[in-house]
Design a protein around this ligand. Structure first.
Ligand code: THU
Length: 136
């Protein structure tokens, strides 16, 4: 999708900021909102390995702190792996804010190579009605 090049560019630029000295596996992610904002993030690792987190999670943090809203598209890029997909935990985190029809662009270092929807990549996610909480 050539019209999503700006989202890829944001994810790619975010990837350059990675702090991944342990895995040496840089990742970048970017989120677009329906009103045209873009939030991006990189993976951030910690010497106590389980304490690190993914690029998608950083991008979601920026999205929430930037005011949230409606997500329309997400792009993920990993320098060393074409079409890197979000990990299981990030699929659940993304699904918290991104509806089933949100586009998820999988990339290589040159751009978007495949586009899926959230419902394709995360079809049976845990849903929260049973908890009784309202999404706020
Ligand atoms: N990683 C991400 O940032 N996003 C993904 O979708 C997959 C994995 C990061 C976590 C860790 O810093 C590194 O990639 C290797 O697992």
């Amino acid at each position: 999708m050539t019209n999503s090049k700006d989202l890829f560019d944001a994810a790619y630029a975010a990837m350059q900021k990675t702090h991944s000295p342990y895995s040496q596996f840089p990742v970048g992610a970017a989120i677009r909102t329906s009103d045209g904002r873009i939030y991006s993030g990189c993976n951030i690792e910690v010497v106590s390995y389980p304490e690190g987190w993914c690029a998608e999670t950083t991008a979601l943090s920026h999205f929430v702190m930037g005011g949230g809203g409606t997500i329309t598209e997400i792009a993920v890029v990993a320098e060393k792996k074409a079409k890197c997909t979000p990990c299981g935990g990030c699929r659940q985190r993304l699904a918290e804010f991104a509806g089933p029809d949100v586009l998820l662009h999988l990339c290589d270092n040159d751009g978007i190579v495949e586009t899926l929807t959230m419902k394709e990549i995360f079809p049976f996610g845990f849903e929260a009605e049973v908890l009784g909480g309202a999404k706020g």
